[in-house]
Design a binder for this molecule. Structure first.
Ligand SMILES: [Zn+2]
Length: 316
């Protein structure tokens, strides 16, 4: 179980959790193990090039070490030339050592492994919320920065000495932190109340951490409903940020209802050709957001266009 998870983590991680320190080279596969610059040679230069160099993908490093020194054949490509110019130091007279990179001691600990799993799982969850099928790049970028806590809100700018006043420009009452601006501010709360209702979500507003966990759950999967929900979240976050910037840099103010209309327009524009599955939840979602094109599509599939017209949601 752990081994399978590690394979998955290693495949998707930018930094491997396990690397090798070279001793006699008898336990390290040249091609597959992480002994060279935190990567396997296969990942670094490609299987073809490694095969051309060593002729055997099962070869061990010991085949290329003699008396504590590297003994590779002359390089036959630029990539191999670079590899051979930067080979790691051999710990002569010792066996190979496996190093757990997540702990300073190099030894495996279950706590660091659990933490790595948790972070990996969270990263995947964020990615699904931000980069769903049909995402809008500029919305995704701002939402991603909010998820990572990287947006330069006024409380941070004040701490760094860039500005003297960090009061939220949307409500003018308290310091502008990320949590306040997007979730606790009266302006944002009014928006989220309607956005959530239109998304078919009835729970009340909360802080950023809880909202984030719930948003990830509610936007899970690639269904029409999940995509509309994700789009609504991304559009709301982006347009709150834009309204904040508009007030600071352009001295132009709009109320939350105006921003809500723009969220709605964004959803209509982005989703006009998305295909909704036939079900009542999608029909309700389309109705709430005024997505008439999708309502027509939903009921055309049912052969119920007359029912659709009867309800007054299309112009047939
Ligand atoms: Zn505020």
């Amino acid at each position: 179980m752990w081994a399978i998870c590690f394979v998955d983590l290693e495949e998707n991680s930018e930094t491997p959790f396990i690397k090798y320190e070279v001793g006699n080279g008898r336990d390290i596969f040249v091609c597959l193990d992480n002994w060279y610059s935190m990567l396997s040679l296969e990942k670094r230069v490609g299987t073809r090039i490694v095969y051309d160099a060593v002729s055997n993908l099962q070869a061990k490093l010991s085949d290329f070490i003699r008396e504590g020194r590297w003994y590779f054949p002359p390089p036959i490509s630029h990539e191999l030339q670079m590899v051979q110019a930067n080979l790691p130091v051999i710990s002569s007279g010792t066996v190979d050592r496996v190093v757990w990179t997540l702990h300073n001691s190099g030894k495996y600990t279950s706590s660091t492994a659990k933490e790595a799993f948790r972070e990996h799982r969270d990263q995947v969850a964020w990615r699904n919320l931000v980069w769903f099928k049909g995402y809008i790049p500029k919305y995704a970028l701002i939402l991603w920065m909010v998820c990572k806590g990287k947006l330069l809100t006024r409380d941070k700018l004040k701490r760094w000495g860039c500005i003297n006043d960090d009061i939220c420009v949307l409500c003018g009452s308290v310091s502008e932190s990320l949590d306040h601006l997007f979730f606790q501010c009266g302006f944002a709360k009014s928006l989220w109340t309607v956005v959530k209702w239109r998304n078919g979500i009835t729970r009340s507003n909360s802080n950023w951490e809880e909202e984030a966990v719930n948003a990830i759950k509610e936007a899970k999967g690639g269904s029409f409903e999940a995509r509309i929900r994700s789009l609504a979240i991304a559009a709301t976050v982006y347009l709150i940020w834009q309204e904040r910037n508009s007030r600071i840099f352009k001295d132009a103010r709009h109320n939350w209802e105006y921003v809500l209309d723009r969220v709605n327009e964004s959803i209509k524009d982005a989703s006009w050709n998305w295909r909704a599955e036939r079900n009542y939840r999608n029909w309700t979602l389309c109705k709430h957001w005024g997505l008439y094109d999708q309502i027509i599509l939903v009921y055309y599939r049912l052969g119920s266009e007359r029912f659709c017209c009867f309800l007054g949601y299309c112009s047939l």
